[in-house]
Design a protein around this ligand. Structure first.
Ligand SMILES: [Zn+2]
Length: 93
């Protein structure tokens, strides 16, 4: 047994309209239930994200605060340095 969300009257499970007030039941109930579920899922995701952000000392970035950004240019320079060294060795033979 379901209840009408509009008037609160008892309605059969499969009825499309509320017998008391004529409210369109099935579509509304299913649509709302699905929407509510999606909203709850989203709220849970947002809450989870907020918790995980708070646990990372409140910083709103997935990259940690102490990430060594200098390592990127150093790696690139080291790579090209090695490359140039190999070419130099090959050419100097
Ligand atoms: Zn009703």
């Amino acid at each position: 047994m379901n209840f009408c969300p509009d008037c609160g009257g008892k309605v059969e499970k499969n009825s499309v309209y509320c017998p008391t007030c004529g409210y369109a039941l099935n579509t509304i109930i299913q649509g709302d239930a699905e929407k509510d579920k999606k909203i709850r899922d989203l709220e849970q995701k947002v809450a989870h994200l907020e918790r995980s952000l708070e646990s990372k000392s409140g910083r709103k970035s997935p990259i940690p605060q102490n990430f060594p950004f200098w390592i990127i240019p150093v790696t690139v320079i080291a790579f090209f340095g090695m490359f140039a060294l190999i070419i130099f060795i090959v050419l100097s033979r």
